[in-house]
Design a protein around this ligand. Sequence first.
Ligand code: PNS
Length: 169
Amino acid sequence: MSLRESRVSAIYPGSFDPITNGHLDVIERGSRLFDRLIVSVLHNESKSPLFSVADRVAMLQEAVAPFPNVEVDSFHGLLADYALKREATVILRGIRAISDYENELQMALMNRRLQPGLETVFLLAGEAFSFISSRLVKEVISLGGNIAGLVPPIVEERLRIRLRPTQTT
Ligand code: PNS
């Protein structure tokens, strides 16, 4: 007999503009903790994203292909409402440093107030990834720096096309 009778679905929400290897580390570890993990991109034009939601979803889908219990989606509006709609009881978030904590704490408490029973589970970023952010990766490649190993190969390719400074002779 199974020790756990109900299946646990978790949502890993974010901007993912674009996905980094830090996100992928959280996804891989989260996929082992939960029966189903939904990685979901927020539609939020106020952040002036580099990639469209469709592009971000496509890159995520390629990156999570090795994990059979992980799916990719996108959402509008309140995360707490979306979690209810998707029948998820857990929000998964990664924490890199103490500077992430304050905002994450506020969001977790607000989400639990909006949707009692919705728990946020934090994974500490792997030590090899704790300095990586989508913002820094975009800045480094736009200034000609090397981002190999920081993002999945498909993302590096797309970033190079979009942001790499043109060579002048
Ligand atoms: O990758 P990010 O930008 O840190 O992700 C932030 C995200 C998408 C998790 C957060 O902005 C969010 O959940 N937005 C949805 C709107 C909402 O529910 N706001 C109240 C949250 S307390």
